[in-house]
Design a protein around this ligand. Structure first.
Ligand SMILES: Cc1cc2nc3c(=O)[nH]c(=O)nc-3n(C[C@H](O)[C@H](O)[C@H](O)COP(=O)(O)OP(=O)(O)OC[C@H]3O[C@@H](n4cnc5c(N)ncnc54)[C@H](O)[C@@H]3O)c2cc1C
Length: 393
């Protein structure tokens, strides 16, 4: 009989457990989570967007798994009455360089099999979002918004009903390879499984190290901060309004997102966090921060993209600067329309050469699968990632 221990009860770990249970009805499956509930980190500190695969290089894992992932995720939401809406999005080009990048995005989207993608001229763009500025836009009708807290709760319910063991409040501190099993230990428990699946998000590199894996990347935590629009400004955005992203980075640039339960959020930026779970500017974890600073990849990255690092920090410290980036998309937004909102921290893998890993990254070894890079759109694609991992098993 197959048995598996999944370390990390975020949306990727939960979705993987669902897929494993679907394939192996009698397998012994345990999800181990250090917090007192599942999905308390990236999975519920995000933009709440259902991404359909526009941005990703054709043939990449992200492209494949986002496209099948959004279809699976919306089916899951329908089946489990999770609030969601396919409201469509605009990606807006505001200058000539962005226009040519927009054409490339449309080519990628078509190559990835997106349906209904359309380029809109200014008039077409204003018919969808009357307050945006820009030269032209891509309309992506398949994208949407969702309540990822409700997704995690529904996944947990499915797992408990199908006899999957979820151990919360259990932080894994040691992992040992037995003769034919993995032995995964917390301070008080020891759990065994034939397969080890590491979906520990912001700590996935640490967990892989515990398992003796020689890893090629390190997680560098990038905080994404949000503002919410006040009552006077809410009418300025109807759906989802995004800039054309810089292809050198995996981050999409600050954008406007309608939330599934009402309200509009603006953000997130991308600033280096001083702690892996550092949701506030003042959160510092000395050991983790020292490790980040000691990582040569970070310095190579900063040397290569000093402007990006500087502008993100400046934007984080100044509401006015943040607002200026937003005004590129919607000029009527004013700093006084913005109220400080929440934040999330991205588990972004970086190589020692200072490259941000763009694609999902899974390292396979002796009966172990380590998910070492699962940033956006991994919430949307979680069920497809779970299927991908299950096929390996
Ligand atoms: C600001 C931001 C915006 C985003 N927007 C979107 C979006 O709109 N759409 C989208 O699809 N994606 C988005 N993403 C990405 C998405 O949220 C993540 O890709 C996804 O949630 C990753 O899920 P995960 O399960 O891998 O990680 P997590 O949700 O972080 O789960 C990992 C879990 O592992 C647990 N863990 C860690 N170490 C241990 C240990 N030693 N023992 C036991 N448990 C452990 C943690 O407590 C955590 O619960 C966004 C991310 C951020 C940060």
């Amino acid at each position: 009989m197959i048995s598996a221990v999944i370390v990390g009860g975020g949306i990727v770990g939960l979705a993987t457990a669902i897929k494993l249970r679907t394939k192996y009805r009698t397998a012994k499956i345990t999800v181990v989570e250090k917090e007192m509930n599942v999905g308390l980190h990236q999975s519920t500190h995000n933009s709440g967007v259902l991404h359909c695969g526009l941005y990703y290089k054709p043939g990449s894992l992200k492209a494949k798994l986002a496209v099948s992932g959004i279809r699976e995720m919306t089916a899951f939401c329908r089946a489990h009455e999770v609030p969601h809406e396919i409201c469509g999005k605009l990606v807006v080009a505001t200058n000539e360089m962005e226009r040519s990048r927009l054409d490339e995005l449309l080519r990628r989207g078509e190559a990835n099999g997106l349906r209904g993608l359309k380029k809109l001229d200014r008039a077409g763009m204003l018919a969808v979002e009357p307050h945006v500025a820009g030269l032209e836009a891509a309309h992506v009708p398949e994208e949407g918004i969702v309540d990822y807290r409700a997704v995690c709760d529904a996944m947990k319910k499915v797992l408990l009903e199908s006899d999957v063991n979820i151990m919360t409040g259990t932080e894994i501190v040691a992992i040992q390879r037995g003769k034919s099993n993995w032995i995964v230990r917390s301070k008080s428990d020891s759990i065994e499984g034939q397969w080890l699946v590491n979906t520990a998000g912001l700590y996935c590199d640490k967990v892989s190290e515990l398992a003796g894996e020689k890893r090629d990347v390190q997680i560098v935590p990038f905080r994404g901060e949000y503002y919410t629009l006040n009552e006077q400004a809410k009418h300025l955005c109807r759906h989802l309004v995004y800039p054309v992203p810089d292809p050198s980075f995996p981050f999409l640039g600050v954008h406007f997102t309608r939330l599934i339960h009402g309200g509009i959020e603006a953000g997130p930026n991308a600033v280096l966090a001083f702690a892996r779970e550092g949701y506030r500017k003042r959160d510092v974890h000395l050991r983790e921060f020292a490790e980040t600073l000691a990582f040569p990849g970070l310095w190579r990255f900063m040397k290569r993209y000093p402007q990006m690092a500087f502008s993100e920090i400046a934007q984080s410290l100044s509401r006015k600067r943040f607002c200026k980036s937003l005004q590129k998309l919607i000029p009527d937004i004013q700093a006084e329309h913005l109220t400080t909102g929440g934040a999330g921290v991205r588990a972004q893998a970086m190589t020692r050469q200072g490259e941000l890993v763009q694609d999902f990254h899974v390292v396979r070894s002796d009966y172990a699968l380590h998910v070492l890079n699962a940033p956006s759109p991994a919430a949307t694609a979680s069920l497809a990632i779970g299927q991908y991992l299950t096929e390996w098993i």
